[in-house]
Design a binder for this molecule. Structure first.
Ligand SMILES: [Zn+2]
Length: 53
């Protein structure tokens, strides 16, 4: 089965970025059931609501 060409190639888990949280929906995988996770937009991470804006 061919994969999407526009698929983000995310590196392994990285604990360097701040303000980001591992997407609880896809557990940081960025994909759900073979599809890009809508919660994190396929990034595997979700932005935390810091401050606001
Ligand atoms: Zn996700």
């Amino acid at each position: 089965m061919p994969t999407d060409p526009a698929e983000p190639n995310l590196p392994p888990q990285d604990d360097s970025a701040a303000g980001e949280n591992i997407c609880p929906q896809c557990s940081g995988s960025g994909r759900l059931d073979g599809q890009p996770c809508p919660t994190c937009d396929g990034t595997g991470k979700v932005m935390e609501g810091i401050g606001g804006g």
